[in-house]
Ligand binder design. Sequence first.
Ligand SMILES: [Zn+2]
Length: 117
Amino acid sequence: MKTPKHPTLIRRFLQARQKQLQAKSPVLAASLVTIRRACGNPNCRCARGQKHLGHYLTWKVKAKTHTAYVPVDLVPQVKQWTQEHRRLKQLVHQITQLSLALIQTHVTAKRRQRGRS
Ligand SMILES: [Zn+2]
């Protein structure tokens, strides 16, 4: 997204994004990953190298990584929820840029007015 310079255009860009800022599903601020793991049973095939493939969510809290197991039938839904988070995060980032641009054009306009008087 290229940030417009004119305040009217900035406001129009802002309004369009504000409308999109609504969650269409649950939102998950986590990464969906596939991990190969051994279950710990010494008689299982995984003990001989054929590890189990599992889906997990990972997320960080204060630099510490947390993990949660995701049942295979929930993977498509969970994937969508993480994508929804990515979409909203992107929107918040763009809205921040536009809001800052709005403040900056205000400052510039005031400076211009002061220069004239
Ligand atoms: Zn196993």
